[in-house]
Design a protein around this ligand. Structure first.
Ligand code: 13P
Length: 246
C-alpha cells in the first residue's frame, strides 16, 4: 500500500508573514494520514526548515541546479538544499520548461544531482493541449520520463513523478480522474519496466486540484496524491486537499 503524498508548490508567491501564517495553520491541523510537504521559493527555505523542524510536514525546493558547485551565478545546489534538511526538489516543472528552456536532458541531470545528495526529485511531465488534441499525450510523457529513467539507471525507482498536463495548470480545467488515471497507468508501467518496483513509487497528479475535486482524483488506483499550486496557498484549502488524500 502506497502512502499518499500531497505537495504544495507555492511557485513565486508568499512573504515571510503570509508563509508563517500558512505553516502554522498546516502544523495546527496535524496529524495527517498522508505525507504532506510544501515547496517554497529559495529565500524562504530556511524559514521552512526552522518552522517545520521536528514536525512530519516536509519541505522542498522548486528547482535545483544540475551542477554540484562552481561558477553558476543564481543557481542553488542539491548539497546546499540538503544542508538545510530539504526533502524534495521539483524538477522539470512545465513553467521551467516553457520559460527557462529546460529540456528533458537538463531535467534528468537535475534529478540526478538531487538524488546524489539525498534530495528526492519530484519529476514533472505533461503534455500541452495541442499535443493532447493531436493524440500525442502518451508519447510525450513517456519520452519526458524515459530520459530521466535512462540517466538515473538503477536509481530511477527513487524519484517521485508528477503528471501535470500543461493545459490544466492554473486554468481551473482539471483533467478528469479517468483522464489522469490513464496517463498514470502508462507512467507506472514504464517505471515498472525500468525498476521492477514501481508498485512502491509515488505518482502525483497536478493541475487545478482543489478541495472539491481532490478526492475523486486521489481515489484512482495509480494516483498517489497531488502537486498543488494555487490551492496550496491558503491553509484551509490545502488542508482540505491533504484530508482528501486520507
Ligand atoms: P495549479 O494547482 O495552480 O493549477 O498549479 C499546478 C501546478 O503547477 C503545481 O506544480
Amino acid at each position: 500500500m502506497r502512502r499518499k503524498l500531497v505537495v504544495g508548490n507555492w511557485k513565486m508567491h508568499g512573504s515571510r508573514v503570509s508563509n508563517a501564517e500558512l505553516l502554522s495553520g498546516l502544523l495546527a491541523a496535524r496529524p495527517y494520514v498522508a505525507d504532506v510537504a510544501v515547496c517554497a521559493p529559495f529565500p524562504y527555505l530556511s524559514d521552512c526548515a526552522v518552522t517545520l523542524a521536528g514536525s512530519d510536514v516536509r519541505w522542498g525546493a522548486q528547482d535545483v541546479s544540475a551542477h554540484a558547485q562552481g561558477a553558476y551565478t543564481g543557481e542553488v545546489s542539491s548539497e546546499m538544499l540538503a544542508e538545510l534538511g530539504c526533502r524534495y526538489a521539483i524538477v522539470g516543472h512545465s513553467e521551467r520548461r516553457a520559460y527557462h528552456a529546460e529540456d528533458d536532458a537538463l531535467v534528468a541531470a537535475k534529478a540526478q544531482a538531487a538524488l546524489a545528495r539525498g534530495v528526492t526529485p519530484i519529476v514533472c511531465v505533461g503534455e500541452t493541449l495541442e499535443q493532447r488534441d493531436a493524440g500525442q499525450t502518451e508519447e510525450v510523457v513517456k519520452r519526458q520520463l524515459s530520459v530521466v529513467i535512462h540517466r538515473l539507471a538503477h536509481c530511477a525507482g527513487e524519484i517521485v513523478v508528477a503528471y501535470e498536463p500543461v493545459w490544466a495548470i492554473g486554468t481551473g480545467r482539471t483533467a478528469t480522474p479517468e483522464q489522469a488515471q490513464v496517463v498514470h497507468a502508462v507512467l507506472r508501467a514504464q517505471l515498472h519496466a525500468a525498476t521492477g518496483h514501481a508498485d512502491r513509487m509515488r505518482l502525483l497528479y497536478g493541475g487545478s486540484v482543489k478541495a472539491d475535486n481532490a478526492r475523486a482524483l486521489f481515489s484512482q488506483p495509480d494516483i498517489d496524491g497531488g502537486l498543488i499550486g494555487g490551492a496550496s496557498l491558503k491553509a484551509a484549502d490545502f488542508i482540505a486537499i491533504c484530508r482528501a488524500a486520507e
